[in-house]
Design a protein around this ligand. Sequence first.
Ligand SMILES: *[C@@H]1O[C@H](CO)[C@@H](O)[C@H](O)[C@H]1NC(C)=O
Ligand SMILES: *[C@@H]1O[C@H](CO)[C@@H](O)[C@H](O)[C@H]1NC(C)=O
Ligand SMILES: *[C@@H]1O[C@H](CO)[C@@H](O)[C@H](O)[C@H]1NC(C)=O
Ligand SMILES: *[C@@H]1O[C@H](CO)[C@@H](O)[C@H](O)[C@H]1NC(C)=O
Ligand SMILES: *[C@@H]1O[C@H](CO)[C@@H](O)[C@H](O)[C@H]1NC(C)=O
Length: 499
Amino acid sequence: MLFVKILAMPEKTLRSSRLLLGITAFSMLFLILSSFFLFHSVINPLIPSCVFKQFVADSVPIENKPEGSDEFELPKPVVPLSPSSILDTHKIEKISMVPHEDTILSEETDVLLENESCNRNKALLRVYMYDMPPEFHFGLLDWKGGRNQIWPDVTDLKHVPRYPGGLNLQHSIEYWLTLDLLSSNVKEIVRPCSVIRVKNPSQADYIFVPFFASLSYNRHSKAMRQDKLTINRKLQDKLVDYLMSRPEWNISGGKDHILVAHHPNSLLYVRKRLGSARFVLADFGRYAARTANLEKDVIAPYQHVVRSISNNSSAPFERRPTLAYFQGAIYRKDGGIIRQELFYLLKDEKDVHFTFGSTQRSGVHQASRGMGSSKFCLNIAGDTPSSNRLFDAIVSHCVPVIISDNIELPFEDVLNYSEFSVFVWASDAVKPGFLVNLLGGIGKNEWTKMWEKLKEVAHHFEYQYPSQPENAVDMIWQAFARKKSALKVRRRERLYRMS
Ligand SMILES: *[C@@H]1O[C@H](CO)[C@@H](O)[C@H](O)[C@H]1NC(C)=O
Ligand SMILES: *[C@@H]1O[C@H](CO)[C@@H](O)[C@H](O)[C@H]1NC(C)=O
Ligand SMILES: *[C@@H]1O[C@H](CO)[C@@H](O)[C@H](O)[C@H]1NC(C)=O
Ligand SMILES: *[C@@H]1O[C@H](CO)[C@@H](O)[C@H](O)[C@H]1NC(C)=O
Ligand SMILES: *[C@@H]1O[C@H](CO)[C@@H](O)[C@H](O)[C@H]1NC(C)=O
């Protein structure tokens, strides 16, 4: 019956019904899979935390997913984060964790929770977080709490709202930082002690503003009607009203506030107005130097979109046949012209993979494989100086070649990127033969040194919940701790390879 109907339909409708059918089939498969994972992640609150930890470590490591399981490349609607990616479990097992038993003290104390192993005195940072209405944060993830409930229960992983997958995920930093602050008051959760959330703002080093600015931009920046303000715009106006009415803002003029605005277009309308605050950003490309700069702000890595490679399955020099890999969009505004120039220079080179196509179209899976079998991965300026590609390269243990003169790199005051990346001025990169000669001339020994270093640093670029020692979440807090102690901001000398 259904068949007959479909056959009777005109070509166009037929195609869209097929698409619909495909989407339905995929969603059902996904539903089945996710209920399977959910079943696996139901954690009994009575299970002691060591068992809980074990459990987290045991659940599906990303590498063990069946081949091709992420091969579905829909014209992406919002795909929920899979439990394995939310936990990023593959890193957890090797990390030895500090025992961390906390107690919730009585309401009168100014700290939500204290213990000798992680308390207000031990933590590098004490942070106060505004109890802002959920519409600013988890409400944007369609989370609905009970009456007067502001925060989700983060004790039990199955209650933690999931961040949408796809390319939204690359700017999910706001989510991981907020979750980490919430979990700093949860006894069962074992995490590093870089930051602890305090109840009294006067005791805090910083005041965290839990606005999911990137998600607000990604989900709500299209106007329903021409004459209507977008939700994204309205939320930003509300945010300003909220902050301006707070005594905490008044006292410091906002200087001790932390705002996360990782998507380059997030917080667009009010960033200048709130420019005295400290930002967590991807780069400074679309900011005036007065509004955002290295003195006060922190550059955070993108959440990578390809799967991380484990040390054991990371291919050495001989098993990476491709010399250089690049996949990305060809047409880019602003500083992105260089991509086109490089494309014409490199497209016919042997051992160079250089193609255009968005990550969505060409497939994350293909990119994982491509980067994992290449010696060098090109990171070329696009419409912003930074992109998730650098972090995809790092977790693929593919030595990044950074061709982006204005790039800001995360944690560059403590990481020496020249040990595991190759820097090339854009003006050199476009000289015929330069790149291929340079990269071809880096021999096995020199490359392997960088590869070993990549394996050492890769965990600094992972966002995880619960947070793990020295992962991206922890590194961001540590960067704020360094700013607090007012060390002179320092960027290392980058070693540029010259012609
Ligand atoms: C703090 O945690 C330790 C274990 O790390 C535990 O022995 C101790 O009893 C805890 N202290 C309080 C006050 O709960
Ligand atoms: C703080 O608030 C008071 C009264 O509301 C106002 O007079 C004062 O100018 C404000 N201070 C700053 C720094 O905005
Ligand atoms: C990685 O290799 C080491 C030694 O070669 C082995 O002991 C370890 O179990 C391996 N780990 C995984 C996750 O396969
Ligand atoms: C950073 O690493 C490069 C390459 O190994 C080295 O030449 C340089 O001296 C290092 N810089 C610092 C400040 O350690
Ligand atoms: C991978 O190897 C590097 C050094 O080669 C080491 O520092 C790192 O801890 C290893 N990572 C894992 C997950 O074993």
